[in-house]
Write a protein that binds this ligand. Structure first.
Ligand SMILES: [Zn+2]
Length: 214
C-alpha cells in the first residue's frame, strides 16, 4: 500500500512566507527553507523527511495565520488519533506543538516556544509517533514535568503534569529540536522496527520522485 504521507517538497511548492530554519549541529541542513503555507494544505510528513531533523526557530509573531496553523494541527492530530503533534511534523520548522492526552475537546493545549522548568523522576513506556507509523520504541523519560510556554496569543503560562502529560510534552519538545524516538533505539527496538523503517524510507524515496516529476 502506498504511504499516505507526502514528502516535504510538496509543502515547499505551496509557497508563501519563507523563514530560514537553523540547522542542527549534527545534521548539515544549511540553508533549509521552510514554507509557511495556507494552513489547509498542511499534512503530516513522515520519516525520513529532513524537516523532522531540524532544530526549529522560536516564534516571534503571534498572528491569525499562526492561530490557523495551530487549529489545523489540532485537526490533523485528532484525525490521526494522536495525543500530540509538533510543527515540524507538518513541515514547519517553528517552535510550536499541540497536544491533548485527555480525549476531551477542552483538553486541547497549544504550546509556543516551550521550555522545561523542571523534569523529575524516570520511567519507561512504549511510544509511537504520527510521523513514524508502525514503529514503536521504548523511551526512558522524566515522569513529572513543569513546562513554560506561550499560548497562541503570546501570553506566557506554566503547567505541571505527570505520567502521560509529561511524556507527551517531552516527546513533542524533542521534535522541536529535531529529535525522534528512532534516534535512541535499543538494539532490540532497532531489530523490531527495521522492516517498518525501511518501508518508510522506500515510500519517501518513491513519493519524492513523484513530486520531482511534476
Ligand atoms: Zn512524534
Amino acid at each position: 500500500m502506498e504511504n499516505p504521507c507526502q514528502p516535504y517538497a510538496r509543502t515547499v511548492r505551496d509557497g508563501g512566507r519563507f523563514v530560514r530554519a537553523r540547522p542542527t549541529r549534527t545534521r548539515e541542513l544549511i540553508g533549509y527553507l521552510v514554507a509557511c503555507p495556507n494552513p489547509e494544505t498542511l499534512h503530516i510528513v513522515c520519516y525520513p523527511d529532513p524537516i523532522l531533523s531540524v532544530k526549529c526557530a522560536p516564534i516571534e509573531t503571534f498572528d491569525a495565520s499562526l492561530a490557523a496553523v495551530a487549529e489545523k494541527m489540532l485537526c490533523l492530530m485528532r484525525d490521526a488519533s494522536g495525543v500530540g503533534l509538533a510543527a515540524p511534523q507538518v513541515g514547519l520548522a517553528i517552535r510550536l506543538f499541540v497536544c491533548n492526552w485527555t480525549g476531551e475537546p477542552e483538553g486541547d493545549l497549544v504550546c509556543v516556544n516551550p521550555r522545561f522548568l523542571e523534569l523529575d523522576g524516570v520511567g519507561e513506556m512504549i511510544e509511537g509517533c504520527l510521523s513514524i507509523p508502525e514503529v514503536e520504541v521504548t523511551m526512558r523519560r522524566a515522569t513529572t514535568a513543569t513546562l513554560a510556554a506561550a499560548d497562541i496569543h503570546g501570553q506566557p503560562f506554566e503547567c505541571s503534569g505527570e505520567g502521560l502529560a509529561a511524556r507527551v510534552w517531552q516527546h513533542e519538545a524533542d521534535h522541536l529540536d529535531g529529535r525522534l524516538i528512532t534516534d535512541t533505539m535499543s538494539a532490540t527496538d532497532e531489530i523490531a522496527n527495521r522492516r517498518a523503517l525501511k518501508q518508510l524510507e522506500s515510500d519517501y524515496a518513491t513519493n519524492s520522485k513523484k513530486v520531482g516529476r511534476r
